[in-house]
Design a protein. Structure first.
Length: 380
């Protein structure tokens, strides 16, 4: 039996994880955590019977407690709740599918409790990769990527027996505004930015994909997961999202992983690794496909990508500032408080004013996050 805890079970990755679990009789859910959607969480509790469930707000946790009083489930709240789910004793693997750097503490707690991590929550690795990677090694747990590009890279490394990566070719769809100039993107509305051409995902990552900030976060995520330098990760636009990423080795050979854009594949691969199991859904038809196109990313009109390279190369607390500024700016854009282009203006401005702390501790990361939020609040 594979016993699984899910942080962020009500979201896009969380619900797809539960669909995967339902298809495998040898998988079992032991703990679930969500933000505030207790209606869906209650349904999930009734269906999967976890031992522990957590919601962020105390009030909603009380409400949930009353709703599931007939069941044998412990309900917790807040950060303690997230950590209780991440460290639930019988779980072997924790799927980190919360959105944002709120995932740092629970991910660290899970690693320290000896759990394998199926990592979707890239913001945690971007901001605290220098702490998490050594911890993973020290505890001897596995860090299995769920992000489709990173799962692809991970699959390209199968059987390579430690052969060195020369370069990672991280593919990007380019998002809904590929080919547009900044001038043409000035009046973009929330509804426009929420329409991703290939993937159906949570709101924050959908906006991040449209600004290319998501690809920037993924370059930093890849750097930590695969132990390469920022400049060994090259972004390649592949508009159909069929090649999920590639690895170039020292002899020039390039390995690629291809498939239809469906997150259930990387989720299932992370949960079943190293086994491959049957999966339903659409398959690639190369007779119909005819061509796969590539482009160079547009760094000028999508400054989020250049800023991410700058943050990653500098390191220390700068990736935290990049990420925190983006989290806040995206939430302001979704609440219609700022225009679309202001998202990357805010990131740049927050990065310029920050004095970098090398090798920050968890406390210093969270302090840099707070400081960035305060700065943004005082200016926008
Ligand atoms: P969603 O917004 O769809 O889901 C986020 C989940 O986190 C929800 O379950 C939400 O609960 C929960 N959550 C939010 N805040 C808190 C909190 N304070 N405490 C506890 N739970 C909380 O996001 P996605 O599923 O799209 O993304 C999740 C992560 O996976 C992100 O880091 C994203 O970058 C990454 N990812 C996502 C992909 C995708 O296809 N969606 C692809 C690759 C990576 P509630 O619903 O109750 O608010
Ligand atoms: Mg991705």
């Amino acid at each position: 039996m594979r016993r699984i805890a899910v942080l962020g079970s009500t979201g896009s990755i969380g619900t797809q994880t539960l669909e995967v679990v339902e298809n495998h009789p040898d998988m079992e859910i032991t703990a679930l955590a969500a933000g505030s959607n207790i209606r869906l969480l209650e349904e999930q509790i009734r269906r999967f019977r976890p031992k522990v469930a957590a919601v962020w707000s105390e009030e909603r946790a009380e409400e949930l407690k009353a709703r599931v009083a007939d069941l044998d489930v412990r309900v917790e709240a807040g950060m303690d709740g997230l950590i209780a789910v991440a460290t639930e004793a019988s779980a072997q693997v924790v799927v980190t599918a919360v959105v944002g750097m709120i995932g740092i503490r629970p991910t660290i707690a899970a690693i320290q409790a000896g759990k394998d991590i199926a990592l979707a929550n890239k913001e945690t690795l971007v901001t605290a990769g220098h702490l998490i990677i050594p911890m993973v090694r020290e505890r001897g747990v596995r860090l299995l990527p769920v992000d489709s590009e990173h799962s692809a890279i991970f699959q390209c490394l199968n059987g390579e027996h430690g052969n060195r990566i020369h370069k990672i070719l991280l593919t990007a769809s380019g998002g809904p505004f590929r080919g547009k100039t900044r001038e043409e993107m000035k009046n973009i509305q929330v509804e426009d930015a929420l329409k991703h051409p290939n993937w159906s995902m949570g709101q924050k990552i959908t906006i991040d994909s449209s600004t290319m900030v998501n690809k920037g976060l993924e370059v930093m995520e890849a750097r930590w997961l695969f132990g390469v330098e920022m400049d060994q990760v090259q972004v390649v636009v592949q508009p159909q999202s069929i090649i999920h990423s590639m690895v170039e080795f020292e002899d020039g050979a390039v390995m690629a992983q291809l498939g239809t854009p469906d997150m259930k594949l990387p989720i299932q691969y992370a949960l079943c690794w190293p086994e491959r199991r049957p999966m339903g859904g659409e398959r690639l038809d190369f007779w119909k496909l005819a061509e796969i196109r590539f482009e160079k990313p547009d760094f000028d009109n999508f400054p989020g990508l250049s800023l991410a390279y700058e943050a990653g190369r500098t390191g220390g607390s700068l990736p935290t500032v990049f990420n925190a500024a983006n989290e806040r700016a995206v939430s302001m854009f979704l609440n219609r408080k700022i225009g679309y282009l202001t998202i990357t203006d805010i990131i740049e401005s927050a990065m310029r004013r920050h004095t970098v702390i090398p090798n920050p501790s968890v406390e210093q990361i969270l302090e840099a996050e707070r400081d960035t939020y305060d700065y943004i609040e005082s200016r926008w």
